[in-house]
Design a protein. Structure first.
Length: 366
């Protein structure tokens, strides 16, 4: 037994403070590594999309960056033995690997570049996620003992409580954001790191129907092409940025039968919580261009420098009116209306009526 049990108990009490102030996590992990005579420690997701995110001591940072950059997580031999962790709670390297694996598997040869081999991994849950708290020793340090594994079982409960605290705080933040979007008359949907829907506001629920559904936790547009584009965009937002081409637009259009398509914008969710503990990691806003919203010309005047007449014409164009109809309604000549249109396009940096309509659909005017 090489653990300093008293030091380990004090160090792991620091989990609760780090749950409230996430900047404390690196220092807490350093203290745990010191108390367990480990080279370093990290916390990372074990299953699902990894998001290239983890909490790690400085000593292990180069190895962990390489682990994701060279995609060794796809060949991590330990991931084949997750059932052991689920059943036992703690998994030691020697539970599933020996000299043959160390000599023949590319994964272990990659670890050797950093002088690493022996790990002890504590599995614990955050919601439906399985997370791993991993301690790492160098090759010359030798493996963790069974007595040390039993000591790690005792900190598992602290990890579970800490994960619940952080996830509950994150869920509260997401609920507040969803409410704020509702008050702003904006439909929104939130996703976890695996791309599953976690929260939708009431305005979003009203947009669901035959053309757009939530099925087994996933957002499912009716058209296969739309569904594939939606999935690519979400995966990119969640960390797989190489899935997108430079030609793909920043927004998505989701088709609807007999109606204009919905407009979707996605982005990562900025949070003080570490992604590994987050209730939600991304969100999308969804806009219905057919919705009648209260719009004021003064908003366009302020945003784009349009004159009052230009702002009023821009709003009429966004509602689908033709330039001839606008000229008739405003009792001006077609040439005058056309001159206003050219000025509107120049000031809003658009070239066609659909572009202008799309731009104005993204602006909530009060």
């Amino acid at each position: 037994m090489r653990f300093d049990l008293h030091g380990l108990d004090r160090a792991t009490d620091g989990f609760f403070g780090a749950a409230l102030d996430t900047t404390l996590w690196p220092a807490v992990l350093e203290k745990v590594a010191e108390a367990t005579r480990s080279f370093g420690a990290n916390i990372a997701p074990i299953e699902g999309r990894l998001l290239n995110t983890f909490i790690v001591t400085e000593s292990l940072a180069p190895a962990m960056e390489n682990y994701f950059a060279e995609e060794w997580y796809r060949q991590d031999y330990r991931r084949q033995h997750i059932p052991i962790m689920r059943q036992a709670g703690v998994m030691l390297e020697q539970d599933f690997a020996g000299e043959d694996e160390f000599k023949t598997l590319d994964f272990y040869r990659a670890q050797e570049r950093f002088g690493l081999r022996w790990s002890a991994i504590v599995g614990f849950s955050s919601g439906d996620d399985l997370l791993g708290f991993a301690l790492q020793r160098r090759i010359e340090d030798g493996p963790y003992s069974r007595d040390e594994a039993r000591s790690l079982h005792r900190i598992r409960q602290k990890l579970m409580i800490t994960a619940k605290i952080m996830r509950d705080i994150s869920a509260s933040e997401v609920k507040g954001m969803a409410t704020a979007f509702e008050m702003a008359n904006v439909a929104c949907v939130f996703f976890d790191r695996m791309g599953l829907v976690t929260t939708v506001n009431e305005k979003m629920r009203r947009l669901l129907g035959p053309d757009l559904q939530i099925n087994q936790g996933r957002m499912c547009p009716i058209r296969k092409e739309d569904a594939n584009a939606f999935d690519r965009r979400l995966k990119a937002v969640l960390g797989d940025g190489n899935l997108l081409t430079s030609a793909e637009p920043e927004i998505l259009l989701l088709s609807r039968k007999g109606r204009r398509p919905l407009i979707v914008r996605m982005q990562r969710l900025d949070s003080d919580m570490q992604d590994v503990f987050c209730h939600s990691c991304a969100f999308a806003t969804v806009e219905d261009p057919e919705e009648k919203v209260r719009q004021r010309p003064a908003t366009l005047t302020k945003l784009f420098g349009l004159t009052r007449a230009e702002a009023e014409i821009a709003l009429m164009l966004a509602q689908g009116m033709t330039l001839h109809d606008i000229a008739t309604q405003r009792t001006v000549s077609y040439q005058t209306a056309r001159a206003h249109l050219k000025s509107i396009y120049r000031k809003t940096d658009t070239n066609r009526q659909p572009e202008l309509s799309l731009l104005l659909a993204g602006i909530r005017m009060r």
